[in-house]
Design a protein around this ligand. Sequence first.
Ligand SMILES: Cc1cc2nc3c(=O)[nH]c(=O)nc-3n(C[C@H](O)[C@H](O)[C@H](O)COP(=O)(O)OP(=O)(O)OC[C@H]3O[C@@H](n4cnc5c(N)ncnc54)[C@H](O)[C@@H]3O)c2cc1C
Length: 411
Amino acid sequence: MQPENKIVSDLLIVGNGISSQFLSLALLRTFGNNLKINVIDKDILYNNSDEYVRALSISLSTVNICKALDIWDKVKVYCYPVERIDISSISKSLLNDGYLQFNNRISDQIASYIINEKNLREILDIELENFNNIRVFTEDISEINIDQNHAELSTKNKKFIAKLIIAADGRNSIIKHLLGTKSITWDYKQTAISCVVNHSMSNPKTALEIFLETGPFAILPLGEKKSSIIWSASNEIMEGIKNLSTKELIEELNSKFDNRRGKILKVDHIGYFNLYFSITKKIIDQRVAFIGDSAHVVHPLAGQGINIGLRDVAHLSELIVDSIKYGLDFGSMNILEKYQKSRMVDIVSSAIIFDGINKFYSNDFKALEPLKDFAIRFVDKIPILKKNFVQEASGIKENSPKLVKGVPLNL
Ligand SMILES: Cc1cc2nc3c(=O)[nH]c(=O)nc-3n(C[C@H](O)[C@H](O)[C@H](O)COP(=O)(O)OP(=O)(O)OC[C@H]3O[C@@H](n4cnc5c(N)ncnc54)[C@H](O)[C@@H]3O)c2cc1C
């Protein structure tokens, strides 16, 4: 093998998704060009790619991370605020008893926003272009080798060597596969359709989650007369939906919308996603750390996947910065165990809560109907529960890492 095919860096990140890009930005903001990062993705998407179809709900923890990384002013231009969240288990009437409203604020701050994934990625791409010490490779990884001091990834013609590999390669992580990392996984046998619709009525800056008998249906405000829809239902139902013409799809969505935002006039940015649950049993291995969807895949009903992933980023980047500050080996098991310990409670509790809610509401057992409504009415009657719900969804705790509190990392 030619020496130029042996590529050495401090950190090797596998995957160039949102979690990966936030991690690079957090570290490069702190170290400038004193830290060398290589990124390998099997399939680099470019800014104008239509594959970024999703609108993402970002919580206050993500907003704070953006503030700490000095990109919030750019990100907020594309954000639509969610001032209220309405939840219902009944599709027919907004006035029904089983209807729960949250004031989506913590103190005076709005607790979540909706942003188009494409806009967020464009901002991250531009910010990372300011650094010379990050290189992105398009390669197929075939092998991993780890020894006491280094981690190595091989592709057909190259070897990549670093002190630490970060697996940010999403739900079908190759690193997980090569290491044989065990996960707890189950298939929801559901597919989500994600699309953007233009409608005749103005948005009241309210996110609406309707638990239909077939699965959750969310309407997220994305503009004055524009919303993102995320609707999950069984694979069989969604197979039928996929075969509809655009006109028929609009009719179908209008029947679910029930005039809540007037009539749907246009639908685009349509994407379909198979849904399953997965948490890796450990989010570290020797000289390897997992972040984002490679570590945990949760049901999209609460729009929390990337928010949880960015909290991984906040914890891990702070540990890496502190290790370098005190002359420690950031790829050592000692440091990685601290990372795992700091993350597991948040990851497991979030995943299980969303899984439970989906299972409870995504069924048509008539006997459960009164219980479903009771649960919603019960929460509605207890303001502290509603406040706690908004606080929990914000992802900010007393012991949160610096970035989650909006504080930049410093050497
Ligand atoms: C319908 C739907 C709606 C959602 N809505 C929300 C929401 O509102 N809010 C929210 O917070 N989350 C939401 N999520 C979850 C969110 O999209 C994910 O959590 C997030 O995209 C994960 O980011 P990531 O960077 O960890 O992984 P990914 O975005 O999956 O990126 C992984 C990267 O790794 C690369 N890769 C894969 N395999 C390899 C390989 N073999 N070698 C090298 N590179 C590889 C991929 O090409 C990709 O670039 C939603 C998910 C779905 C399905």
